[in-house]
Ligand binder design. Structure first.
Ligand SMILES: Cc1cc2nc3c(=O)[nH]c(=O)nc-3n(C[C@H](O)[C@H](O)[C@H](O)COP(=O)(O)OP(=O)(O)OC[C@H]3O[C@@H](n4cnc5c(N)ncnc54)[C@H](O)[C@@H]3O)c2cc1C
Length: 434
Protein backbone atom coordinates (compact mmCIF):
# COMPACT_ATOMS: atom_id res chain seq x y z
CA UNK A 1 0.00 0.00 0.00
CA UNK A 2 1.17 3.54 -0.70
CA UNK A 3 1.29 6.58 1.52
CA UNK A 4 -1.85 7.64 3.36
CA UNK A 5 -4.11 5.12 1.64
CA UNK A 6 -7.49 4.25 3.09
CA UNK A 7 -9.19 0.88 2.84
CA UNK A 8 -12.50 -0.32 4.20
CA UNK A 9 -13.36 -3.93 5.05
CA UNK A 10 -16.42 -5.67 6.44
CA UNK A 11 -14.05 -7.89 8.41
CA UNK A 12 -10.46 -6.95 9.09
CA UNK A 13 -8.07 -9.53 10.55
CA UNK A 14 -4.85 -8.49 12.30
CA UNK A 15 -2.24 -11.24 12.31
CA UNK A 16 -1.48 -13.71 9.54
CA UNK A 17 -0.57 -16.73 11.63
CA UNK A 18 -2.74 -19.88 11.68
CA UNK A 19 -5.52 -18.17 13.69
CA UNK A 20 -5.69 -15.12 11.43
CA UNK A 21 -5.45 -17.15 8.20
CA UNK A 22 -8.32 -19.39 9.33
CA UNK A 23 -10.45 -16.41 10.42
CA UNK A 24 -9.86 -14.49 7.18
CA UNK A 25 -10.48 -17.51 4.92
CA UNK A 26 -13.70 -18.50 6.71
CA UNK A 27 -15.03 -14.93 6.67
CA UNK A 28 -14.12 -14.26 3.01
CA UNK A 29 -15.65 -17.59 1.92
CA UNK A 30 -18.97 -16.20 3.24
CA UNK A 31 -18.88 -13.43 0.63
CA UNK A 32 -17.89 -10.36 2.66
CA UNK A 33 -14.96 -7.99 2.05
CA UNK A 34 -12.08 -9.22 4.17
CA UNK A 35 -8.59 -7.82 4.69
CA UNK A 36 -5.80 -9.64 6.51
CA UNK A 37 -2.77 -7.74 7.78
CA UNK A 38 0.58 -9.08 8.94
CA UNK A 39 3.81 -7.27 9.63
CA UNK A 40 5.89 -9.94 7.89
CA UNK A 41 6.49 -10.27 4.16
CA UNK A 42 4.35 -13.44 4.07
CA UNK A 43 1.66 -15.17 6.12
CA UNK A 44 2.15 -18.24 8.29
CA UNK A 45 2.93 -16.74 11.69
CA UNK A 46 5.58 -18.13 13.97
CA UNK A 47 5.12 -21.76 13.08
CA UNK A 48 4.54 -21.71 9.31
CA UNK A 49 6.59 -18.68 8.36
CA UNK A 50 8.65 -19.68 5.37
CA UNK A 51 12.36 -19.32 5.19
CA UNK A 52 15.16 -19.97 2.80
CA UNK A 53 14.69 -23.39 1.19
CA UNK A 54 11.69 -24.08 3.43
CA UNK A 55 9.20 -26.78 2.48
CA UNK A 56 5.62 -25.90 3.47
CA UNK A 57 4.00 -28.60 5.60
CA UNK A 58 0.65 -29.99 4.35
CA UNK A 59 -1.41 -28.01 6.89
CA UNK A 60 0.23 -24.69 6.05
CA UNK A 61 -0.05 -25.41 2.30
CA UNK A 62 -3.75 -26.20 2.77
CA UNK A 63 -4.50 -22.97 4.64
CA UNK A 64 -2.35 -20.82 2.35
CA UNK A 65 -4.27 -22.11 -0.66
CA UNK A 66 -7.64 -21.76 1.09
CA UNK A 67 -6.82 -18.17 2.05
CA UNK A 68 -5.72 -17.36 -1.50
CA UNK A 69 -8.90 -18.81 -3.01
CA UNK A 70 -11.16 -17.11 -0.44
CA UNK A 71 -10.57 -13.69 -2.00
CA UNK A 72 -9.41 -12.08 1.26
CA UNK A 73 -7.18 -9.08 0.51
CA UNK A 74 -3.62 -9.82 1.68
CA UNK A 75 -1.88 -6.88 3.33
CA UNK A 76 1.58 -8.20 4.19
CA UNK A 77 4.39 -6.02 5.51
CA UNK A 78 2.01 -3.71 7.39
CA UNK A 79 2.08 -3.28 11.15
CA UNK A 80 -0.93 -1.92 13.03
CA UNK A 81 0.29 0.64 15.55
CA UNK A 82 -2.77 2.56 16.68
CA UNK A 83 -6.54 2.97 16.66
CA UNK A 84 -7.06 6.73 16.19
CA UNK A 85 -10.83 6.35 16.37
CA UNK A 86 -13.32 3.53 16.74
CA UNK A 87 -13.46 1.43 13.58
CA UNK A 88 -10.17 2.77 12.20
CA UNK A 89 -6.68 1.35 12.59
CA UNK A 90 -3.47 3.03 11.59
CA UNK A 91 -0.87 0.73 10.04
CA UNK A 92 2.61 1.42 8.80
CA UNK A 93 4.75 -0.33 6.22
CA UNK A 94 7.89 0.32 4.23
CA UNK A 95 6.14 2.70 1.83
CA UNK A 96 4.33 4.79 4.42
CA UNK A 97 1.18 4.35 6.42
CA UNK A 98 -2.49 3.70 5.79
CA UNK A 99 -5.84 3.80 7.50
CA UNK A 100 -7.74 0.55 7.70
CA UNK A 101 -11.45 0.92 8.39
CA UNK A 102 -13.53 -2.01 9.56
CA UNK A 103 -17.02 -3.02 10.61
CA UNK A 104 -15.79 -6.08 12.49
CA UNK A 105 -12.28 -6.85 13.62
CA UNK A 106 -10.52 -10.13 14.42
CA UNK A 107 -7.36 -9.79 16.49
CA UNK A 108 -5.00 -12.76 15.97
CA UNK A 109 -1.76 -11.19 17.13
CA UNK A 110 -0.10 -14.39 18.45
CA UNK A 111 2.49 -14.71 21.17
CA UNK A 112 6.18 -14.15 21.77
CA UNK A 113 8.80 -15.94 23.85
CA UNK A 114 9.25 -15.19 27.53
CA UNK A 115 12.79 -14.32 28.58
CA UNK A 116 13.99 -14.47 32.16
CA UNK A 117 17.16 -12.66 33.18
CA UNK A 118 20.24 -14.42 34.56
CA UNK A 119 23.87 -13.28 34.60
CA UNK A 120 25.12 -13.21 31.01
CA UNK A 121 21.70 -13.38 29.33
CA UNK A 122 22.48 -10.27 27.27
CA UNK A 123 25.70 -11.72 25.77
CA UNK A 124 25.76 -12.06 21.98
CA UNK A 125 24.60 -15.53 20.81
CA UNK A 126 22.32 -15.96 23.81
CA UNK A 127 19.00 -15.98 21.99
CA UNK A 128 15.39 -16.93 22.33
CA UNK A 129 14.89 -20.53 21.21
CA UNK A 130 12.26 -19.54 18.63
CA UNK A 131 14.35 -16.48 17.75
CA UNK A 132 17.38 -18.60 16.87
CA UNK A 133 15.17 -20.92 14.84
CA UNK A 134 13.81 -17.89 12.95
CA UNK A 135 17.36 -16.68 12.25
CA UNK A 136 18.37 -20.08 10.90
CA UNK A 137 15.23 -20.02 8.71
CA UNK A 138 16.46 -16.66 7.41
CA UNK A 139 19.87 -17.99 6.50
CA UNK A 140 22.05 -18.03 9.65
CA UNK A 141 24.51 -20.92 9.29
CA UNK A 142 24.32 -23.17 12.33
CA UNK A 143 26.10 -26.24 10.96
CA UNK A 144 28.76 -27.50 13.36
CA UNK A 145 27.83 -24.99 16.09
CA UNK A 146 27.24 -26.23 19.65
CA UNK A 147 23.83 -25.01 20.85
CA UNK A 148 22.58 -25.54 24.40
CA UNK A 149 18.77 -25.39 24.35
CA UNK A 150 17.22 -24.36 27.66
CA UNK A 151 14.12 -22.98 29.36
CA UNK A 152 10.72 -24.60 29.35
CA UNK A 153 7.93 -25.80 27.11
CA UNK A 154 7.47 -27.96 24.04
CA UNK A 155 8.96 -25.28 21.78
CA UNK A 156 12.42 -26.27 23.10
CA UNK A 157 12.10 -29.74 21.58
CA UNK A 158 10.78 -28.43 18.25
CA UNK A 159 13.65 -25.94 18.07
CA UNK A 160 16.29 -28.50 19.06
CA UNK A 161 15.03 -30.87 16.35
CA UNK A 162 15.06 -28.06 13.77
CA UNK A 163 18.58 -26.94 14.69
CA UNK A 164 19.92 -30.48 14.62
CA UNK A 165 18.37 -31.00 11.18
CA UNK A 166 20.33 -27.95 10.05
CA UNK A 167 23.61 -29.33 11.31
CA UNK A 168 23.85 -27.95 14.86
CA UNK A 169 25.31 -30.05 17.64
CA UNK A 170 23.03 -30.04 20.71
CA UNK A 171 25.01 -31.06 23.81
CA UNK A 172 21.99 -30.80 26.13
CA UNK A 173 18.35 -29.72 26.37
CA UNK A 174 17.62 -28.23 29.81
CA UNK A 175 13.95 -28.28 30.87
CA UNK A 176 13.08 -26.55 34.14
CA UNK A 177 9.96 -28.68 34.72
CA UNK A 178 10.46 -31.80 36.82
CA UNK A 179 10.45 -35.38 35.52
CA UNK A 180 7.24 -36.01 37.48
CA UNK A 181 5.50 -33.10 35.69
CA UNK A 182 6.80 -34.34 32.35
CA UNK A 183 5.66 -37.89 33.14
CA UNK A 184 2.15 -36.63 34.03
CA UNK A 185 2.17 -34.65 30.78
CA UNK A 186 3.19 -37.77 28.84
CA UNK A 187 0.44 -39.94 30.33
CA UNK A 188 -2.21 -37.21 29.85
CA UNK A 189 -1.39 -37.15 26.13
CA UNK A 190 -3.42 -40.34 25.74
CA UNK A 191 -6.37 -38.00 25.12
CA UNK A 192 -4.58 -36.37 22.18
CA UNK A 193 -3.32 -39.23 19.98
CA UNK A 194 -2.03 -36.78 17.32
CA UNK A 195 0.22 -35.20 19.96
CA UNK A 196 1.60 -38.64 20.83
CA UNK A 197 2.53 -39.09 17.17
CA UNK A 198 4.22 -35.65 17.15
CA UNK A 199 6.04 -36.60 20.37
CA UNK A 200 7.27 -39.89 18.89
CA UNK A 201 8.52 -38.05 15.80
CA UNK A 202 10.38 -35.56 18.02
CA UNK A 203 11.84 -38.44 20.03
CA UNK A 204 13.22 -39.92 16.81
CA UNK A 205 14.55 -36.55 15.63
CA UNK A 206 16.25 -35.95 18.97
CA UNK A 207 17.62 -39.44 19.56
CA UNK A 208 20.99 -39.33 21.28
CA UNK A 209 20.52 -35.78 22.60
CA UNK A 210 20.30 -35.75 26.42
CA UNK A 211 17.28 -34.03 27.98
CA UNK A 212 17.71 -32.95 31.61
CA UNK A 213 14.59 -32.14 33.66
CA UNK A 214 14.61 -29.88 36.77
CA UNK A 215 17.57 -28.18 35.08
CA UNK A 216 18.11 -24.54 34.19
CA UNK A 217 20.83 -22.13 33.15
CA UNK A 218 22.15 -20.01 36.02
CA UNK A 219 24.75 -18.03 34.05
CA UNK A 220 26.26 -17.57 30.61
CA UNK A 221 29.95 -16.67 30.21
CA UNK A 222 32.06 -15.37 27.36
CA UNK A 223 34.10 -12.40 26.12
CA UNK A 224 32.75 -11.19 22.78
CA UNK A 225 29.95 -13.80 22.74
CA UNK A 226 28.75 -16.71 24.84
CA UNK A 227 31.40 -19.41 25.26
CA UNK A 228 29.85 -21.52 28.01
CA UNK A 229 26.81 -21.81 30.21
CA UNK A 230 26.53 -22.89 33.83
CA UNK A 231 23.53 -25.08 34.55
CA UNK A 232 21.93 -26.08 37.82
CA UNK A 233 20.88 -29.71 38.05
CA UNK A 234 19.89 -31.60 41.19
CA UNK A 235 21.48 -28.95 43.40
CA UNK A 236 24.81 -29.04 41.54
CA UNK A 237 26.23 -26.75 38.90
CA UNK A 238 28.02 -27.79 35.74
CA UNK A 239 29.70 -25.75 32.97
CA UNK A 240 28.96 -26.64 29.34
CA UNK A 241 30.99 -25.08 26.50
CA UNK A 242 28.82 -23.81 23.63
CA UNK A 243 28.61 -21.38 20.70
CA UNK A 244 24.94 -20.48 21.22
CA UNK A 245 22.41 -20.64 24.02
CA UNK A 246 18.82 -20.94 22.75
CA UNK A 247 16.72 -20.07 25.78
CA UNK A 248 13.00 -19.40 26.17
CA UNK A 249 10.45 -19.85 28.94
CA UNK A 250 7.24 -20.75 27.12
CA UNK A 251 5.18 -17.99 25.50
CA UNK A 252 3.61 -14.65 26.43
CA UNK A 253 0.47 -13.58 24.51
CA UNK A 254 0.61 -10.35 22.49
CA UNK A 255 -2.23 -8.45 24.14
CA UNK A 256 -1.02 -4.87 23.58
CA UNK A 257 -3.33 -4.17 20.63
CA UNK A 258 -6.39 -5.78 22.28
CA UNK A 259 -5.67 -3.70 25.41
CA UNK A 260 -5.38 -0.52 23.34
CA UNK A 261 -8.79 -1.26 21.85
CA UNK A 262 -10.26 -1.64 25.33
CA UNK A 263 -10.68 -5.44 25.36
CA UNK A 264 -10.71 -6.92 28.86
CA UNK A 265 -7.62 -9.01 29.69
CA UNK A 266 -7.55 -11.43 32.64
CA UNK A 267 -4.46 -13.22 33.94
CA UNK A 268 -2.66 -12.00 30.83
CA UNK A 269 -5.19 -13.37 28.29
CA UNK A 270 -7.88 -11.62 26.27
CA UNK A 271 -11.35 -12.47 27.58
CA UNK A 272 -13.68 -13.87 24.92
CA UNK A 273 -17.14 -15.43 24.87
CA UNK A 274 -18.11 -18.68 23.12
CA UNK A 275 -17.93 -16.92 19.73
CA UNK A 276 -14.46 -15.45 20.38
CA UNK A 277 -16.11 -12.04 20.85
CA UNK A 278 -14.12 -9.82 23.22
CA UNK A 279 -15.72 -7.45 25.69
CA UNK A 280 -15.73 -4.85 22.89
CA UNK A 281 -18.67 -5.48 20.56
CA UNK A 282 -17.54 -6.18 16.98
CA UNK A 283 -13.99 -7.05 18.10
CA UNK A 284 -13.10 -10.76 18.11
CA UNK A 285 -9.90 -12.43 19.21
CA UNK A 286 -8.41 -15.81 18.26
CA UNK A 287 -5.22 -17.80 18.78
CA UNK A 288 -2.49 -17.30 21.36
CA UNK A 289 -3.77 -13.98 22.85
CA UNK A 290 -6.72 -15.90 24.36
CA UNK A 291 -4.58 -18.81 25.67
CA UNK A 292 -1.37 -20.54 24.62
CA UNK A 293 -2.56 -23.84 23.16
CA UNK A 294 -0.65 -24.54 19.95
CA UNK A 295 -1.53 -24.48 16.30
CA UNK A 296 -4.66 -26.70 16.47
CA UNK A 297 -6.38 -24.44 19.00
CA UNK A 298 -5.34 -21.34 17.02
CA UNK A 299 -6.94 -22.78 13.86
CA UNK A 300 -10.18 -23.73 15.62
CA UNK A 301 -10.52 -20.34 17.30
CA UNK A 302 -9.72 -18.58 14.04
CA UNK A 303 -12.49 -20.45 12.24
CA UNK A 304 -15.01 -19.70 15.01
CA UNK A 305 -14.06 -16.00 14.97
CA UNK A 306 -14.28 -15.76 11.16
CA UNK A 307 -17.67 -17.46 11.11
CA UNK A 308 -19.07 -15.50 14.05
CA UNK A 309 -17.83 -12.18 12.65
CA UNK A 310 -19.91 -12.85 9.53
CA UNK A 311 -23.00 -13.88 11.49
CA UNK A 312 -22.65 -17.64 10.88
CA UNK A 313 -22.99 -18.54 14.52
CA UNK A 314 -24.53 -21.96 13.93
CA UNK A 315 -21.55 -23.08 11.85
CA UNK A 316 -19.23 -21.56 14.44
CA UNK A 317 -20.93 -23.51 17.23
CA UNK A 318 -20.11 -26.77 15.44
CA UNK A 319 -16.46 -26.19 16.48
CA UNK A 320 -17.15 -25.78 20.20
CA UNK A 321 -16.50 -29.38 21.28
CA UNK A 322 -13.18 -29.52 19.40
CA UNK A 323 -12.20 -26.23 21.00
CA UNK A 324 -13.04 -27.59 24.48
CA UNK A 325 -10.66 -30.48 23.89
CA UNK A 326 -7.93 -28.15 22.60
CA UNK A 327 -8.44 -25.88 25.63
CA UNK A 328 -7.79 -28.82 27.93
CA UNK A 329 -4.46 -29.28 26.17
CA UNK A 330 -3.65 -25.59 26.75
CA UNK A 331 -4.40 -26.06 30.47
CA UNK A 332 -2.17 -29.12 30.54
CA UNK A 333 0.68 -27.10 29.00
CA UNK A 334 0.15 -24.34 31.55
CA UNK A 335 0.27 -26.80 34.49
CA UNK A 336 3.25 -28.77 33.20
CA UNK A 337 5.50 -25.87 32.34
CA UNK A 338 4.65 -23.53 35.24
CA UNK A 339 7.81 -21.62 36.16
CA UNK A 340 9.60 -22.76 39.33
CA UNK A 341 10.33 -20.14 42.01
CA UNK A 342 14.11 -20.69 41.81
CA UNK A 343 14.13 -18.96 38.41
CA UNK A 344 13.23 -15.67 40.07
CA UNK A 345 16.45 -15.71 42.12
CA UNK A 346 19.03 -15.92 39.33
CA UNK A 347 19.57 -12.22 38.61
CA UNK A 348 22.46 -10.51 40.44
CA UNK A 349 22.26 -6.81 41.45
CA UNK A 350 24.13 -5.84 38.26
CA UNK A 351 22.14 -8.11 35.91
CA UNK A 352 20.31 -6.04 33.27
CA UNK A 353 16.56 -6.52 33.41
CA UNK A 354 15.53 -3.82 30.91
CA UNK A 355 18.16 -4.18 28.23
CA UNK A 356 16.73 -1.37 26.06
CA UNK A 357 17.24 1.22 28.80
CA UNK A 358 20.10 -0.49 30.70
CA UNK A 359 18.24 -0.89 33.97
CA UNK A 360 19.82 -3.45 36.33
CA UNK A 361 18.06 -5.58 38.93
CA UNK A 362 19.41 -3.47 41.83
CA UNK A 363 17.59 -0.34 40.58
CA UNK A 364 14.31 -2.14 40.09
CA UNK A 365 14.05 -3.92 43.39
CA UNK A 366 13.71 -0.56 45.17
CA UNK A 367 10.29 -0.14 43.56
CA UNK A 368 6.94 -1.60 44.43
CA UNK A 369 5.14 -1.37 41.09
CA UNK A 370 5.73 -1.39 37.33
CA UNK A 371 4.54 2.22 37.16
CA UNK A 372 6.95 3.42 39.82
CA UNK A 373 9.85 1.53 38.21
CA UNK A 374 8.94 2.93 34.80
CA UNK A 375 8.71 6.52 36.03
CA UNK A 376 11.98 6.42 37.97
CA UNK A 377 14.20 4.16 35.87
CA UNK A 378 12.70 4.22 32.31
CA UNK A 379 12.29 0.44 32.57
CA UNK A 380 10.00 -0.66 29.73
CA UNK A 381 10.29 2.64 27.86
CA UNK A 382 12.78 1.53 25.18
CA UNK A 383 12.11 0.22 21.69
CA UNK A 384 10.63 -3.10 22.84
CA UNK A 385 8.10 -1.13 24.90
CA UNK A 386 8.29 -3.56 27.79
CA UNK A 387 7.66 -6.67 25.69
CA UNK A 388 10.76 -8.34 27.16
CA UNK A 389 11.20 -6.78 30.62
CA UNK A 390 7.42 -6.55 31.31
CA UNK A 391 6.83 -10.31 31.57
CA UNK A 392 10.20 -10.71 33.34
CA UNK A 393 9.34 -8.15 36.05
CA UNK A 394 5.90 -9.69 36.36
CA UNK A 395 7.57 -12.98 37.27
CA UNK A 396 10.38 -11.46 39.38
CA UNK A 397 8.39 -8.86 41.32
CA UNK A 398 4.73 -9.81 40.67
CA UNK A 399 4.14 -6.43 39.04
CA UNK A 400 1.23 -5.88 36.72
CA UNK A 401 2.05 -3.82 33.65
CA UNK A 402 0.16 -0.55 33.27
CA UNK A 403 -2.33 0.22 30.57
CA UNK A 404 -1.00 0.31 27.03
CA UNK A 405 -0.50 3.58 25.16
CA UNK A 406 -0.29 4.25 21.45
CA UNK A 407 1.61 3.60 19.33
CA UNK A 408 1.82 -0.08 20.32
CA UNK A 409 5.02 -0.44 18.26
CA UNK A 410 7.69 2.19 17.59
CA UNK A 411 6.46 4.17 14.58
CA UNK A 412 7.88 6.72 12.14
CA UNK A 413 7.41 10.43 12.74
CA UNK A 414 5.13 10.82 9.69
CA UNK A 415 2.85 8.09 11.05
CA UNK A 416 2.81 9.75 14.46
CA UNK A 417 2.02 13.06 12.76
CA UNK A 418 -0.95 11.36 11.09
CA UNK A 419 -2.49 10.47 14.39
CA UNK A 420 -1.59 13.77 15.97
CA UNK A 421 -3.87 15.26 13.28
CA UNK A 422 -6.55 13.00 14.76
CA UNK A 423 -5.57 14.32 18.16
CA UNK A 424 -6.32 17.86 17.06
CA UNK A 425 -9.82 16.85 16.05
CA UNK A 426 -10.44 14.50 19.01
CA UNK A 427 -8.28 15.68 21.91
CA UNK A 428 -9.63 13.16 24.41
CA UNK A 429 -8.88 10.04 22.32
CA UNK A 430 -5.11 9.78 22.71
CA UNK A 431 -3.49 10.02 26.10
CA UNK A 432 0.17 10.18 25.16
CA UNK A 433 3.12 8.18 23.90
CA UNK A 434 5.90 6.12 25.46
C1 LIG B 1 9.17 -17.51 18.29
C2 LIG B 1 8.16 -18.62 18.22
C3 LIG B 1 8.46 -19.79 17.52
C4 LIG B 1 7.52 -20.84 17.44
N1 LIG B 1 7.88 -21.99 16.78
C5 LIG B 1 7.02 -23.03 16.81
C6 LIG B 1 7.39 -24.29 16.22
O1 LIG B 1 8.48 -24.45 15.68
N2 LIG B 1 6.49 -25.31 16.29
C7 LIG B 1 5.27 -25.16 16.90
O2 LIG B 1 4.49 -26.13 16.96
N3 LIG B 1 4.89 -24.00 17.45
C8 LIG B 1 5.73 -22.93 17.43
N4 LIG B 1 5.37 -21.77 18.04
C9 LIG B 1 4.02 -21.66 18.62
C10 LIG B 1 3.04 -21.28 17.50
O3 LIG B 1 3.36 -19.97 17.08
C11 LIG B 1 1.60 -21.29 17.95
O4 LIG B 1 1.29 -22.55 18.43
C12 LIG B 1 0.58 -20.97 16.85
O5 LIG B 1 1.13 -20.98 15.59
C13 LIG B 1 -0.03 -19.62 17.13
O6 LIG B 1 -0.76 -19.15 16.01
P1 LIG B 1 -1.36 -17.67 16.06
O7 LIG B 1 -2.01 -17.46 14.75
O8 LIG B 1 -2.18 -17.51 17.29
O9 LIG B 1 -0.11 -16.70 16.25
P2 LIG B 1 1.25 -16.38 15.37
O10 LIG B 1 1.59 -17.58 14.60
O11 LIG B 1 2.16 -15.86 16.37
O12 LIG B 1 0.73 -15.26 14.38
C14 LIG B 1 0.48 -13.92 14.77
C15 LIG B 1 0.93 -13.01 13.66
O13 LIG B 1 0.45 -11.68 13.91
C16 LIG B 1 1.45 -10.75 13.57
N5 LIG B 1 1.17 -9.50 14.30
C17 LIG B 1 1.12 -9.32 15.64
N6 LIG B 1 0.80 -8.04 15.93
C18 LIG B 1 0.65 -7.40 14.74
C19 LIG B 1 0.34 -6.05 14.39
N7 LIG B 1 0.12 -5.10 15.32
N8 LIG B 1 0.28 -5.72 13.07
C20 LIG B 1 0.51 -6.65 12.10
N9 LIG B 1 0.80 -7.96 12.38
C21 LIG B 1 0.87 -8.33 13.69
C22 LIG B 1 2.74 -11.46 14.01
O14 LIG B 1 3.90 -10.94 13.42
C23 LIG B 1 2.45 -12.89 13.57
O15 LIG B 1 2.87 -13.12 12.24
C24 LIG B 1 6.26 -20.71 18.09
C25 LIG B 1 5.97 -19.52 18.78
C26 LIG B 1 6.88 -18.49 18.85
C27 LIG B 1 6.53 -17.23 19.61
Amino acid sequence: MGREEQRHFDVLVIGGGPAGMAAAACAAERGVRVGIVDDNPSFGGQIWRGGLNSQPNPNSAKWTERLRRSGAVALCGLRVVHQPEEGVLLAEGQNGFCELRYDRLVLATGARERFLPFPGWTLPNVMGAGGLQAMVKSGLLIRGKRVVVAGTGPLLLAVAAYLRKHGAEIPLICEQASWSSLARFGSALIRWPEKILQGLQLKRDLSGIPLAASTWVVAAHGEAAVESVVISRAGRTKTIPCDYLACGFHLVPNVELPLLLGCAVRHGFVQVDDFQNTTVPSVYCAGEPTGVGGVELALIEGQIAGLAATGHTKEAAAWFSKRRKAHRFAQLLERTFRLRAELSTLALPETMICRCEDVPYSRLRQHTSWRSAKLHTRCGMGPCQGRVCGPATQFLFKWNPDSVRPPVFPARVETLAAFSRQLETQPSEVTGGH
